[in-house]
Write a protein that binds this ligand. Structure first.
Ligand code: SF4
Length: 357
């Protein structure tokens, strides 16, 4: 059974453009991440790990390292192998082989191939073009820093590109109630931060900011220099306020479903634990006192947890878990990453389920 132990908070030295939105939503999450040296307390989803492979492939295609389908097949197999070895090292063998464990594995590879074909059909810009990929920029005071996926400089044209392997837009309702699709705010702000970082380092503003997705769709972000400066200042203020909250212990935490659902520091978060204590059943995590542990003929184990006057059943633990659970009867535990069954207060264990006391 896992334990969190004493949390020793540390100041966050630098905020990255890709982290800004998450920090705005719950600054406490960023402090927990720093306190645990960015080592998550719960496993990421296999899709999140796979996203890093896709991102690398997009970058290599845009840079011209992957020139044809053969290159793509070789590099893809290589990157998947590196990731699978890493997952095994981390003790996450249950995610391997990715080809079988990920529902969209084949689809994503097809999308990469389409992306490559579209890339080959792009007209080459005239004039001398400089490409910089994964280039690190930081502000003069070092409070903001991050890698820009791709910078294309052609004469006075400077384009900053960020690759996204997931959905770039979200739907909004306009004044007339019509559904509009717009680029997510978090991505707009991320690119504006990159623009200002670029400016601080080169004395020039980029002329365009773009997001490119796997379907090779390009989304251009409107921006002004003032807006970029405003977001830049906002990020620095947020960093300072967040660090300031360590000494005052007035943490900026926002325990809401959309923030906490994917937070990998839930086991260390007292605000989130309070939600579970109050028997908030909107999450895929449960808290309660072990009332009973039962083993079935097929070797499956069920745990019965009491929270208030509710009894929850968590099914499908393995035979090996029985002794550990049984010797902790009457103890309060928290079980993270379970799935809800159709019956009320019944849950099942998943590959990523973890128990904390
Ligand atoms: S669990 Fe929720 S409230 Fe707690 S740190 Fe994570 S996002 Fe913030």
């Amino acid at each position: 059974m896992n334990k969190v132990g004493e949390i020793s908070f540390k100041e966050i030295k630098r905020i990255s453009p890709s982290q800004f939105f998450s920090m705005k939503n719950c600054a406490y999450k960023s402090l927990l991440a720093e306190a645990f040296d960015k080592k998550p307390l719960l496993p990421l989803s296999p899709n999140a790990y796979f996203g890093t492979v896709l991102h690398k492939m997009l970058e290599m295609t845009a840079k011209g390292i992957i020139k044809n389908e053969n290159d793509l097949n070789i590099e893809f197999a290589k990157q998947v192998k590196i990731l699978e070895d890493d997952l095994r090292d981390k003790g996450f063998s249950f995610f391997v082989p990715l080809k079988i464990k990920l529902r969209n594995f084949g689809l994503k590879k097809v999308q990469l191939k389409k992306y490559l074909r579209n890339n080959l059909e792009q007209p080459i810009k005239s004039g001398k073009t400089n490409l910089y990929s994964e280039k690190w920029f930081e502000s003069q005071d070092k409070l903001i820093g991050g890698k820009i996926d791709l910078i294309i400089e052609t004469g006075d044209d400077i384009e900053i590109i960020d690759f996204k392997t997931g959905t770039v837009t979200h739907d909004l309702l306009d004044d007339e109630g019509e559904v509009l699709s717009d680029v997510k705010n978090e991505y707009k702000e991320q690119l504006k931060l990159y623009a200002y970082l670029y400016f601080e380092n080169t004395n020039k503003f980029p002329t365009s900011l773009s997001l490119v997705d796997l379907a090779k769709q390009k989304f251009t972000i409107d921006f002004s220099e003032e807006e970029c400066k405003r977001v830049f200042d906002e990020a620095k203020t947020l960093l300072k306020t967040t660090n300031g909250s360590i000494s005052t212990r007035s943490f900026l935490a926002h325990p809401k479903e959309e923030n906490c659902k994917y937070c990998l520091y839930r086991p260390a978060c007292s605000f989130f634990q309070q939600k579970l204590d109050e028997a908030d059943f909107s999450f895929n995590d449960v808290l309660g006192v072990i009332k009973n542990v039962r083993i079935f003929q097929n070797g499956n184990v069920s745990v019965f947890l009491q929270n208030g006057n509710k009894i929850m059943t968590i099914k499908n633990f393995s035979f090996e878990d029985f002794d550990e659970l049984n010797k902790n009867i009457s103890k309060q535990i928290r079980i993270y990453n379970v799935t809800k069954e159709a019956a009320e207060y019944v849950y099942s264990v998943t590959d990523t389920t973890m128990i904390y006391e």
